[in-house]
Design a protein around this ligand. Structure first.
Ligand code: GDP
Length: 391
């Protein structure tokens, strides 16, 4: 699955930066393209792995490289003003061999929150490839303005994208750390999921064979329809049973045999891993029963993958989701010691955090309007003596 990734704003840029670093570290041979777009020069300068020529500073005539703060209306405006520059940069890099666009942005801020929907609108009009967005929702402690920004951005994005994959910072904040300290870890989790998704349909390493390969068109089919999606993920260490047995010397022979039998039940292990992915922490907490479609991807050393296990997992997922379409495949790779399972729950409709954000956004809008009215009345009251203005 070849993505043209656009990291929009600070969060989007940092996630793209980590994605590129991760691909380099893996020695990835998947062809992908990318761009980091921001209205704040310092944010762009802070990136380490996005090549300098792939960074675009927008809105220079309006905000002079200082960013738009948390004003996402201004974010949308500067994106609109510089849309030609952005589209030319995308066109120059080439899109003919890309499967989809993926815009990554924090929805609570200014540049990415306002700019992502503008870009999605143009991309969906100009290209036949699907346009996806990864939208990061603000944590509750960031306040109502962030909620209002996120609610506005989400509604706008949903008009233009083929799918909006949500990540909830609030649900992912790590115990005992501040939100800012959690960012790097959250970004790592996002990058892991995107990296596995990007492997769907891509050529596998030369000396391995895939049992059940999924094509990029199956990812596209899963994500079609313009809804909201959430991703589950789980991993397990792929140790050989030989190695593991050494750790069980304390048990008797019978127990050892039982453990080994369990160890060797590959279908069960794969099915359990997929179940853990689907029922564990999702990128945005949602009701799995409300998903329209699902896609399962399992990656790891080939001797740890199992077709029967995948089929078992598929049948289980079909029973869980509202619809009946579940696609499943694996990606054998020797470049890892882990087996990872990704479950993409597409077009989910029961997402409490989205409802809550809307409520907070409506409250924020009302309070802001009320405050403005009050300020106008009070200002007028300050000048209630009968004095003529000069001009
Ligand atoms: P922009 O540069 O104006 O687009 O604003 P940001 O990208 O900083 O967006 C602000 C929102 O994104 C807030 O809700 C932050 O919590 C969140 N955010 C900022 N940086 C990161 C990051 O590195 N990772 C994650 N997960 N969220 C971030």
């Amino acid at each position: 699955m070849r993505f043209f990734i656009i990291g929009f704003g600070q969060a989007g840029g940092k996630i793209l930066d980590m994605f590129i670093e991760n691909e380099k570290m893996r020695g990835s041979n998947i062809r992908m393209r990318w761009l980091a777009i921001n209205s704040a020069r310092t944010d762009l300068m802070g990136l380490k792995h996005v090549p300098v020529q792939d960074r675009i500073l927008i809105g220079q005539t309006i905000v002079k490289g200082h960013g738009v703060g948390t004003d996402n209306k201004l974010g949308a405006k500067v994106a609109q003003e510089d849309i030609e520059t952005i589209l030319n940069a995308i066109d120059e890099r080439g899109t003919h061999d890309m499967d989809a666009f993926l815009i990554v942005a924090g929805l609570g801020g200014g540049t990415g929150s306002g700019g992502a929907p503008v870009l999605a609108k143009y991309l969906s009009e100009m290209y036949s490839e699907p346009v996806y967005a990864v939208g990061i929702l603000p944590a509750p402690e960031e306040g109502k303005l962030y909620s209002l920004n996120a609610a506005r951005s989400m509604i706008s994005l949903l008009k233009y994208v083929d799918n909006l994959i949500l990540v909830d910072n609030g649900a992912w904040k790590f115990e005992g750390t501040s939100l800012k300290e959690s960012f790097a870890k959250i970004n790592e989790e996002i990058v892991r999921r995107l990296a596995l998704l990007a492997r769907a349909g891509e050529p596998i390493e030369e000396d391995v064979v895939g049992e059940m390969v999924v094509d990029s068109s199956e990812v596209v089919n899963t994500l079609r329809g313009g809804g909201i999606s959430s991703i589950g993920y789980a991993t397990t260490l792929a140790e050989s049973s030989e190695k593991k047995r050494k750790g069980f010397r304390l048990f008797g022979r019978k127990e050892e045999e039982e453990i080994e039998a369990l160890e060797n039940d590959k279908p069960m292990k794969i099915a359990t891993l997929v179940r853990r992915a689907a029922l564990g922490r999702l990128t945005v907490p949602c009701n799995i029963h409300s998903a329209e479609r699902a896609l399962v991807l399992v990656a790891g050393p080939p001797e740890h993958l199992d077709r029967k296990g995948l089929e078992k997992a598929k049948i289980w997922l079909e029973e869980q989701i509202a619809g009946v379409e579940v696609r499943a495949g694996d990606y054998p790779t020797r470049r890892t010691k882990y087996v990872a399972a990704l479950v993409l729950l597409a077009n989910v409709t029961d997402i409490p955090r989205v409802k809550e954000l809307q409520r907070l956004a409506a409250e924020a809008k009302e309070e802001a309007e009320e405050a403005e009215k009050m300020r106008m009345t009070k200002t007028i009251e300050l000048f209630d003596e009968d004095i003529e203005p000069l001009i």
